[in-house]
Design a protein around this ligand. Structure first.
Ligand code: NAD
Length: 440
């Protein structure tokens, strides 16, 4: 059923005067893991939302009500489309009358160097449509200074308008955690910022329409750093527990039991668990944005990030060495060994294999001459890495394998079946137990 768009009208205070902020049309640039949930949130708040994406195949699926993002059900997408207020498109002209534009495009690393080309391209397209009074917010994860030093000049040059006078500019980092059923866009506090007082006020008003709590900070650079600090904190702590895990067997210590026991401390300890490395769009990339910028601007270093990168990058080697040692004990070389890998995604219950350490483990095994099969319920056979047979987890596959390497602990796997059927399990996630199971 079509419902009319809401007009959000709010008084914002800037330059000492009160002005009326009107939001009725929101353009969200990029309809991926971050942009699509945001678009759904804005539709839910009653806005007219244009979901822009260059990828025609993504747009076609969205128009057909077929979601490709965990956390957004196709039924939810269908409800948004039914309102008539969500329009996925690759046609920028459709977004000509936006009041708010949020940019959620990728910010990858290319050989250790931040690649801001997507932000720059999106900025140029936004600038061409920018009108006086509009608000632009960057959400892509990036280093401090991107909003005011990179995006602002592009927007000003392309539009002929002045930021803070003619249009408003903010930065708000995304905290979306794909697959997390407890914390979503609405109930996760959202950090917001603006290049000046009025931009901040407008950014607060916009997100306040569909996020329960906004947390304002004084500059866009602080907001950019907030996101990098959060992800660097996780990256470094995962590296710490990974390094301790890799020395524990020689000490006769079960790291999982030690982590569990330490977690009973009600203060001063936060639980992080070991694993085969880090993956996804955040941990392998975001801390390196910060490291790169610090090295560029102040010729200093963040040694903790460099060390964490090194430790986490080497976890796939460690996993393969452990599998190699376990096979050796059974009189088997890795060359020609039958290896069943469970899970390729970088974390459980999602199908995202970007930067997944499982891919590095598989490559090392293939290079050593192993015969690798993989069960990954979230990926079609077409998405399997070259040289890997896609299989379903079952008794036959488990009995075939010389070693089962559990890399991603999807809830869909039957762990009792794995522990009771396989002759040797190397469990990097602490999901199996039994005489044939060896944990990381
Ligand atoms: N995935 C996450 O969990 C997560 C969490 C927090 C922050 N982030 C950050 O958010 C940003 C986006 O990440 P994502 O995971 O949503 O990426 P994604 O690849 O899933 O989606 C980005 C989309 O932007 C589109 N795009 C690129 N350039 C465009 C342009 N000029 N115009 C229109 N569309 C364009 C791409 O086609 C793609 O569909 C990144 O900076 C990322 O670091 C991601």
């Amino acid at each position: 059923m079509e419902r009319p768009a809401q007009r959000l009208e709010d008084i914002v205070i800037g330059h000492g005067v009160k002005e009326l902020q009107v939001i009725s049309t929101v353009a969200v640039v990029g309809q991926g893991y971050v942009g699509l949930p945001l678009a759904m949130g804005a539709v839910g708040a009653g806005f007219d939302v244009i979901g822009l994406d260059l990828d025609e195949s993504r747009v076609k699926r969205l128009v057909a009500g077929d979601s490709f993002i965990e956390g957004i059900l196709s039924s939810e997408l269908g409800v948004a489309l039914e309102t008539g207020r969500y329009r996925p498109t690759s046609d920028w002209a459709t977004a000509a009358d936006f009041d708010v534009c949020v940019i959620t495009v990728p910010t990858p690393l290319r050989e250790g160097v931040p690649d801001l080309s997507y932000v720059e391209e999106a900025g140029k397209s936004v600038a061409a449509l920018l009108r006086p009074g509009a608000l632009v917010v960057l959400e892509s994860t990036t280093y401090p200074g991107t909003t005011d030093q990179v995006l602002q000049p592009i927007l000003e040059e392309g539009s002929g308008l002045v930021a803070g006078e003619d249009f408003f500019l903010g930065y708000s980092p995304e905290r979306i955690d794909p697959g997390n059923e407890t914390w979503g866009l609405a109930n996760t506090p959202k950090v917001v910022s603006g290049i000046d007082e009025e931009s901040l006020a407008r950014t607060e008003t916009f997100y306040g329409a569909f996020v329960e709590q906004v947390v304002s900070v004084s500059t866009t650079r602080t907001a950019e750093m907030t996101k990098l600090l959060e992800n660097t904190f996780r990256h470094v702590n995962i590296a710490l527990v990974n390094e301790i895990a890799s020395v524990s067997p020689a000490l006769g210590v079960d790291i999982w039991e030690a982590v569990e026991a330490a977690s009973s401390k009600p203060f001063g300890f936060m639980k992080f668990t070991p694993g085969p490395g880090v993956g996804g769009h955040c941990l392998p990339i975001d801390p390196s944005y910060l490291l790169w910028q610090v090295r560029q601007t102040s010729r200093s270093d963040i040694r903790m990030i460099a060390a964490a990168n090194d430790i986490n990058d080497h976890m796939p080697d460690y996993v393969v060495r452990r599998a190699q040692a376990g096979l050796n004990e059974r009189g088997l070389p890795v060359n020609g060994a039958k290896v069943l890998v469970l899970g390729l995604a970088y974390k459980k219950n999602v199908g995202d294999i970007r930067e997944s350490p499982a891919l590095a483990v598989v490559k090392l095994l293939l290079d050593l001459g192993a015969d690798v099969h993989a069960a990954e319920p979230y990926l079609g056979a077409a998405m399997m890495p070259a040289g890997v047979a896609s299989v379903d987890l079952g008794e036959e596959e488990l009995s075939w394998a010389d070693v089962v390497v559990l890399l991603t602990d999807h809830d869909a796997f039957d762990y009792d079946l794995v522990a009771n059927t396989a002759s040797y399990v190397l469990d990097t996630r602490n999901r199996c137990s039994g005489p044939q199971v060896e944990r990381l």
